[in-house]
Design a protein around this ligand. Structure first.
Ligand SMILES: [Zn+2]
Length: 142
């Protein structure tokens, strides 16, 4: 089942920092183009990810780097307290905004996927939430 560890490129994510995974993505695509990786080694997206990409994925204007037939779709998963261990698939910007307003710390994993060949890669991990709990007394200065 999906979990942060299933996303290719995960590994050295630090909480609270935006982590960009485009370098590892490019390296992997290069490996594939040089013939060091087979297509089935890079196009192995979890069926749930493909389903989410098909149903609610955000269409991009970039063609899939592997099969070059379909445009990539973006799926955002959020992991954090009181969310499913498989992550919450966020389809609406306002859902993400709502989580961002909470005091709990969440991580949003933005994953690209190709519904034609099942290529997938983690693009970015963003910190979400972690806002200090608001008090009614707002005029506190520093
Ligand atoms: Zn593809």
């Amino acid at each position: 089942m999906p979990s942060p560890g299933q996303f290719r490129g995960t590994g050295n994510a630090r909480a609270g920092a935006v982590v960009d995974h485009r370098l590892s993505r490019r390296a992997l695509i290069n490996e594939y183009r040089r013939g060091r990786l087979r297509q089935d080694q890079v196009c192995d997206a979890h069926p749930e990810l493909i389903r989410a990409a098909t149903n609610i994925g955000e269409q991009t204007t970039s063609k899939c780097p592997i099969c070059d037939t379909k445009n990539l779709r973006l799926v955002t998963y959020v992991f954090g307290p009181r969310l499913s261990p498989q992550g919450k698939v966020v389809s609406e910007k306002r859902d993400l905004a709502q989580l961002d307003g909470r005091s709990d710390d969440y991580s949003a994993y933005i994953v690209e996927a190709c519904i034609a060949c099942r290529w997938h890669h983690l693009l970015r991990v963003l910190p979400v939430g972690g806002k200090p709990a608001r008090r009614a007394t707002g005029s506190g200065g520093k």
